[in-house]
Design a protein around this ligand. Structure first.
Ligand code: ZN
Ligand code: FE
Ligand code: FE
Ligand code: ZN
Length: 268
């Protein structure tokens, strides 16, 4: 049994390459059982004029995106293709996001924290923002937002749950307690933790999340999903052998699949 790749982007977001067919064909070639597109949600929390077309699709493209996934599903009966979405969590804007998610037949919605007080901390263009901040405090603020995202009830999965490590800046503080508190919040909220291999391609060179966080999730009974965060067809299913190893070492025996925002499990 291979792992599903539930985190695949499309050129609509303005920073991914290739046609959607190429992503599907790459998955077929690898023999993946299932994939899901999860492109970036339109920047619903900003006014139209402030939205960056290189970060997310414009709102009018969302229906086309959905239709395209449905078309591919019919065109490739040899692989299960799910309709997902990667939606930023911005506190205070929950009521703007909710109707957007209810308007389409998503199989799952992945919630992401990419902003701390409006600062896109994972964007290489704003990396200098780290110099003026206390890294210990930043980690705490980040994980607090991650817990709020989990508790919002908007998401099925929390993406790359320690993305704050992306550039390799590490806190002096021991993170065990933060991991424990966050894993507990995931369990109570009923969300899945995403094992995301894009961290291996980032400066940090480590899968999201860290082994200690994934172990805490497993102990608390938090289900796991897998994703490559592919922004190019060649990245589909990338490093999934490492993802499997990390999952097994953390204690996982099964992985969550989604259909119509309901999950089911298969042995890994
Ligand atoms: Zn992206
Ligand atoms: Fe993301
Ligand atoms: Fe992504
Ligand atoms: Zn991502």
């Amino acid at each position: 049994m291979q792992l599903p790749d539930y985190h695949i982007h499309t050129a609509r977001c303005g920073h991914a390459a290739g046609r959607m067919e190429e992503y599907v064909e790459r998955a077929l070639k690898l023999g993946l059982p299932e994939i899901g597109f999860a492109d970036h949600v339109p920047m619903y929390w900003l006014d139209q004029r402030d939205r960056d077309p290189t970060l997310a699709m414009p709102p009018e493209q969302l229906p086309e995106y959905v239709a395209e996934v449905e078309r591919l599903r019919a065109a490739y009966p040899g692989i299960t293709i799910r309709l997902g979405l990667e939606a930023d969590y911005i506190p205070g804007y929950e009521e703007k996001l909710q109707p957007l998610l209810e308007g389409y037949p998503f199989d799952y919605v992945i919630g992401s924290v990419h902003y701390i007080d409006g600062w896109g901390f994972d964007n290489p263009a704003y990396r200098d923002g780290y110099w003026e901040k206390d890294i210990n405090r930043l980690y705490r603020e980040y994980f607090k937002l991650v817990r709020l995202a989990a508790r919002s009830g908007l998401f099925d999965v929390v993406a790359h749950p320690d993305l704050i490590k992306k550039f390799g800046y590490r806190p002096r503080d021991d993170l065990r307690e933060v991991y424990e508190e966050t894993a507990r919040a995931f369990a109570v909220a009923g969300v899945c933790v995403e094992v995301n291999t894009a961290g291996l391609r980032a400066p940090v060179g480590e899968i999201y999340p860290a082994p200690g966080f994934l172990r805490a999730c497993c102990r608390h009974g938090v289900p796991a999903t897998t994703g490559s965060d592919a922004h190019a067809p060649s990245q589909v299913g990338a490093d999934f052998d490492s993802a499997r190893r990390l999952l097994v070492e953390a204690g996982y025996e099964e992985i969550a699949f989604f259909k119509g925002r309901k999950k089911f499990f298969r042995k890994i």
